[in-house]
Design a protein around this ligand. Sequence first.
Ligand SMILES: *Cc1c(COP(=O)(O)O)cnc(C)c1O
Ligand SMILES: [Zn+2]
Length: 370
Amino acid sequence: MGKLICSHCQKEYSDVTLAWKCECGGFFDLPFTPRFPLSLISSRKPDMWRYREALPISSWEQRVSFGEGYTPLSSLSWRGHQLLVKQDHLFPTGSFKDRGASFMVSKLRELGILEVIEDSSGNAGSAMAAYCAKAGIKCHIYVPESTSPAKLTQIAAYGAILHKIPGSREDTARAAHEAANSIYYASHIYSPYFLQGIKTISFEIVEQLSWRAPRAIILPVGNGSLLLGCYLGFRELQEAGIIDSIPRMFGVQALNCAPIFHAYKQGLQQPVRIETKPTLAEGIAIKEPARGKQILQAIRDSHGEIRAVSETEITEAMLELARSGYYLEPSSAAPFAALPKLSGYFLKSEEVVAVITGHGLKATDKFQQI
Ligand SMILES: *Cc1c(COP(=O)(O)O)cnc(C)c1O
Ligand SMILES: [Zn+2]
């Protein structure tokens, strides 16, 4: 059996524990040293499992996979910049969350777990529901009642048991935490396994640039699993001597719900309670990001920045992107909307990657609304 270690007090736990964080409140880490046999990697099938020596699983042959990953890195001329666009909406369930779900559900199967709970504003729930369906794991998904109908339908279609919770995203989290006293909590926010899957996005970007790091990466931030997974991946590549430095990480939030942005602006180490308003960008509408402190650290460590964009800026970017052939969820349009506010941080000639996180087909109602 493997073990988990508290990132705060170093206490050890068995990897089949029902606990989803340490008694001290710290998050679990996995003690593991990744390897990158480059020529072997390049000879394999183009999916996220080509980096298997860098994924802490004993039997990757038993993985739960649809052949996902190695999404295209295309170029887009956007408001005066030549961007590289990592198209992570091109996953089986329509969002990058499949990276985390594929790895986490593979790990759950390895651990012999048969029933799980997850809470989500939609996309993580869809991803967990799909991978659990493939693995034959019983899956309960807690969602805010106000989640997009397309996402609710998708989750239910995969056969997951849907629990619609009235109130805020935080009320949904509380309901899930209560249920997690008796059922394994496969949380995309707390589980270290989820980040292990997400980190493959960094491996892919670096491989697609012939094993070089881009200058900067721009991505939307809600709970920060994308940002922290990316950061973990780049750190591992740097520690393995494959890249010299970590790209500057630029996180983008919706101004209507921007706890990380406000904390960053005030020089705080961790987010504080703020007033929020509804936003079209439901994928990043997270008022109390549990890993807020880690997100702020990662941004500062990479010499990045955090920015917030208005509803109008998001809407304009969505429509403009669609007219360039990219049909994205509002949350995915946020980084593109922020580009004018970030353009002082890099030269026009430097490589900048923007991540597309979710497919527009999930947000038909939002497109109708505008
Ligand atoms: C989950 C999600 C995000 C934000 O990711 P976090 O890991 O919560 O920061 C952004 N866009 C879409 C479409 C998402 O589903
Ligand atoms: Zn601890």
